[in-house]
Design a protein around this ligand. Sequence first.
Ligand code: ADP
Length: 458
Amino acid sequence: MQIRTKLTIRFILVVAAIQFFGSLGVYFFSANYRRELFYDRLKNKANSTAKLLMEVEEIDAQLLKKIEKDNPVSLPYEEIIIFNHHDEIIYSTDDEHFIKITPQILNEIRLKGEKRFISGSFEILGFLYKDNEKKERLTIIAGATDIFGYRRHRNTGTILIIVFATSILLVLVSGWIFSGRALKPISNVIAQVNKISASSLNLRVQKGKENDEIAELANTFNQMLDRLETAFNSQKTFIANASHELRTPLTAITGELEVSLMKERTNSEYRDVLVSIFEDMKRLNSISDRLLLLAQSQSDIKDKGFEIVRMDEILWDVQSELIKLHGHYKVDVNFDESITDEGKLEINGNRQLIKAVISNLIDNGCKYSPDHLVNVLFKHDGKFFIIEFDDKGFGIDADDLPHIFEPFYRGKNSLATRGHGIGLSLVEKIISLHNGFIEIKSEIGKGSLFIVKLPSKY
Ligand code: ADP
């Protein structure tokens, strides 16, 4: 069901419930008021009749009956019967007695002082009357039919029903229009959002003039679109860069194969080509491994399993592997006095990933330094295990610094150096996966210091 229909129905139900109970209240108050008014009039009339009979010497029962017969202020079908204390009727407006009075009723009136009851269409009031002059206690029964009162009451009921039905109809129409107007901005937002697709992520939702929830919704949606667009664009750049990086060694391989297949070659020539292709394949492998790692989500990587690893052991492995590959690399390792025991060298992490971090940072330090020397220092600050990579190399340009962790970004100092700009982005991703931090201090011509902090197991 549409929100508009739902809102209108709820609105009607609420108004109908309020109005129903309100009308019910009015109807019962009106019934009560009619009854009280009628009994008051009945009592006044009966009192004045009794007064005439008892206090005016010249008026006896026969005369009073005649007076009352044509009395214009009498109530419809009015009947007044007056009993003395021997239960004898001393006055009655009518000899036929439409109202049947039993001794039981008379006793009850004497006991309670007053009694109201209904007999057919008659509403009857019985009460005690004290005649002060003759010192007599009389019981008066007065009854009549409240024709006008009931007619008025029925009229009130009809008016209430008409008002109820009309107002529900008005609420239905106004509720439908009102909810339509209230929801229009949402329908606008939906229509605009429907127009936005992957190829038109640059479009934005109009906020409208008001500064309300709809504007907030449009704002939130636009912010989400900003994030999506950025993510989408960086994904596109990433794919373009990645395919470019992969294409370079592939083009080299294709070229070498093409040239070598142009004519017959000697065995040693074929061997040289194979060795060169093998080198290119190793590069391709390393690039695709690193790309895969970059593209993996946090949870994919976490699934690789964490264990307690000794950082110095990993460093020795990396050192020997790098020096085997690049004989001119020099790695100087030192332990700060804060490393008081072996436990302080342990962290909870993934051995392969931590190895990639250390390897990339040492490789960069040696790559971007004329002396190819990196000083590694192990430290502990009580909470974090810290490893510093210090080189006295080219340093990084201040303009490059904010970008060096972006995938495929290469600094101005890297023009003459091999690389793909993937290393540091991978390093940052792995460190954040281990809930650690990386800081960098660098000055052109003086060198760079990379500080890695990882939560200590200690
Ligand atoms: P690559 O080294 O393959 O270019 P990285 O992601 O490892 O890619 O590094 C990104 C850039 O950061 C490098 O191109 C280089 O400009 C700069 N850089 C990284 N480490 C150092 C360092 N130790 N000294 C100077 N520049 C560095």
